[in-house]
Design a protein around this ligand. Sequence first.
Ligand SMILES: [Zn+2]
Length: 279
Amino acid sequence: MDFQEHINQLFIAQKKEWKQLRTGLEQLDNNKIKEFAWGDVSVTVQFNPSRIRSAAAKVDTESIEKRPCFLCAENRPKEQRGIPFLDKYVVLCNPYPILRNHLTIPLHSHVPQRIRKKIGDMLTLSELLPDYIVFYNGPKCGASAPDHFHLQAGLKEPVLIQGDNELRSCLTIETENKKESEDRFEDVYQYLHTRQPDEEEPMMNIIAYRERNRYILNIYPRRAHRPKQYDEEGNKSLLISPGALDMAGLIITVREEDFNKIQSQDIEDIYSQVSMPII
Ligand SMILES: [Zn+2]
């Protein structure tokens, strides 16, 4: 049995033995969606109330230090089992899914969310999971545990593998060779660092996947953590905290009123605030 099949079996087994995951998957089946299009560019908006914890997560240093880390082994639900990856990660089923077979892949050790030296691990995981996308949210770009390194993954969908378009920036690295992809990522990292020299890590989201035996990295440079609508009140408010999936084209709304009122101009406005233009 290959790695991907092992993961698919883990999902089947965990669904039987873990009620919280079952509830999350049933919820995912019932989530409402709306679709928007700009020519051949598409954006899907998903109403997913189970993501409120993530969208409303306080990720300032003080709040993070006060809470027990939900990615550390001792704080995980007792029913949650995983499959080891590279002897330093564990692949877990996410009980609050946005995607089919939504996985969370934390490192065993509690170290900050920083991608620079781990992009190779991300590419390796995409190689082992050819039907999935593997994604990364920077510490100020949607990660709800910025203090504990983790990747995520889920089954591939067309809306998630859109490259650069008129709504937001995306830098794509496509190679046959993994080492070449890592080297080119380092160049992009260095460039983004010159644009945001004061950040501990340049703000970005990344989606990695395999297609036609090639490694593909879509990098979404960011200039803001959340759009201004996040802090507005009343009619102007939209509780949207974009991560990699939102940047790709799957926007998550956690409140029904936001799902009902969001229009194409709001989507354009949100992308223009959080995406960093690349000249
Ligand atoms: Zn931790």
